[in-house]
Design a protein around this ligand. Structure first.
Ligand code: FNR
Length: 356
């Protein structure tokens, strides 16, 4: 029945909660520590009222953009997420097919459960690959694997030198099933990293980012930046873009919401490189808020995962359809013809400066 169909991301969240085993739901939905950052990511969007402008020539809501040389129909990407086979047997292939069907670029996780080439073949827009640092030799070998499989860019995640602690997941007794493995990392040289000291000693440094940007066969974006100084430094090191992110609240608790950190990063980069943001985006109006505060594009994580869990590729396509329709309608009503019309004055402030 049509009234049973999910109509919003929130509907998909609820449906996924009912469909998934409790431990898997805890892994997917949980965050680090007391989950303050996790909640703050969403609450920060709620706290940013929009200020529409009326009676403008709104056009028809052109959401398209060019990102690292590729034309995209809209600025909503699918964030890299590990272990998608936990959510659906078609895993990353379904994510890639559903995203591509709705013109959404997808970033394949380093911890994907599907071979690079297979995911790439399942959807033309599954063409960015996320890396975790594996030491110089291993990271470069992985970057070459991605290039050989036809990927167009790399996204190095820099905010998780060690894994975060997620109590919700631990309480639920979540454990990776033994038959899941990061298939794309098989056989790569890796630094010894057993103890905490070894893990931290093997973590990447600025010199490593600079080295990777020069050595890699593909452009490298840095994911997991909150400080404007770090964003500027990443671009100076050769990064092709930055992702303002707190990893969906999964690594360190007590951080600002990513949308709170966004404006300072956008102004530090001043258009020198694209700025993406993820964390807590649940509606088209959240995408609009992020663009207003300086993002060129956004990534959604859990919304795509919930939809994958509920209805495979079809669900992923549907949830992205909902988000892009919400964005287009919100733009039209707010008086924005294209992303170029979207700026900070779209966010309501109690005391706006004179003359705007
Ligand atoms: C992630 N994220 C993530 N990031 C990354 O760089 N590599 C990874 O393998 C993963 N894995 C992962 C698994 C799961 C289950 C989640 C929910 C998230 C973080 C992800 O890329 C993104 O930053 C957040 O998910 C964005 O926040 P929202 O949209 O989930 O609120």
């Amino acid at each position: 029945r049509p009234e049973d169909l999910p109509q919003t991301v929130e509907d998909y969240r609820r449906a996924a909660g009912a469909a998934l085993p409790p431990a898997t739901a805890a892994w997917l939905n949980g965050g680090a520590g007391d989950e303050i950052t996790l909640r703050r990511n969403e609450a920060a969007f709620d706290a940013l009222p929009l200020m529409p402008r009326v009676l403008r020539d709104g056009g028809s809501g052109d959401t398209s953009l060019t990102l690292l040389g590729t034309r995209l129909d809209h600025p909503i990407l699918v964030a890299p997420m590990a272990w998608q086979r936990l959510l659906h047997p078609d895993a990353e292939r379904a994510l890639a097919a559903g995203a591509t069907a709705q013109g959404a670029r997808m970033v394949l996780s380093a911890q994907a459960t599907t071979p690079l080439a297979e995911a790439r073949g399942a959807g033309a827009l599954c063409d960015w690959f996320q890396l975790y640092w594996l030491g110089r030799e291993g990271t470069l070998a992985l970057a070459r694997r991605a290039a050989d499989a036809g990927y167009a860019a790399l996204m190095l995640t820099v905010d998780a030198p060690v894994a975060g602690q997620r109590p919700r997941e631990m309480r639920a007794g979540f454990a990776l099933p033994p038959d899941l493995s990061p298939v794309n990392l098989a056989g790569l040289p890796r630094p010894a990293a057993g103890s905490f000291e070894e893990v931290m000693a093997a973590a990447p440094r600025w010199a490593d980012l600079e080295w990777l940007c020069a050595a890699a066969p593909l452009p490298v974006l840095a994911k997991g930046i909150l400080h404007p100084g770090d964003a500027a430094r990443a671009v100076a090191a050769g990064a092709a873009g930055v992702v303002v992110s707190n990893h969906g609240g999964r690594v360190l608790d007590g951080l600002p919401a990513s949308v709170e950190a966004l404006p300072a990063v956008a102004s530090a980069l001043a258009g020198r490189a694209p700025v993406l943001v993820d964390g807590g985006i649940r509606r088209g109006t959240d995408v609009l808020r992020a663009l207003a505060l300086g993002a060129d594009a956004v990534m959604v994580g859990r919304p795509a995962a919930w939809a994958l869990a509920v209805a495979g590729a079809l669900g992923v396509a549907h949830v992205l359809r909902l988000l892009r329709d919400e964005l287009r309608i919100a733009m039209a009503i707010a008086g924005c013809r294209s992303p170029r019309d979207i700026g900070p004055s779209l966010i309501f402030r109690q005391n706006p400066p004179e003359g705007c």
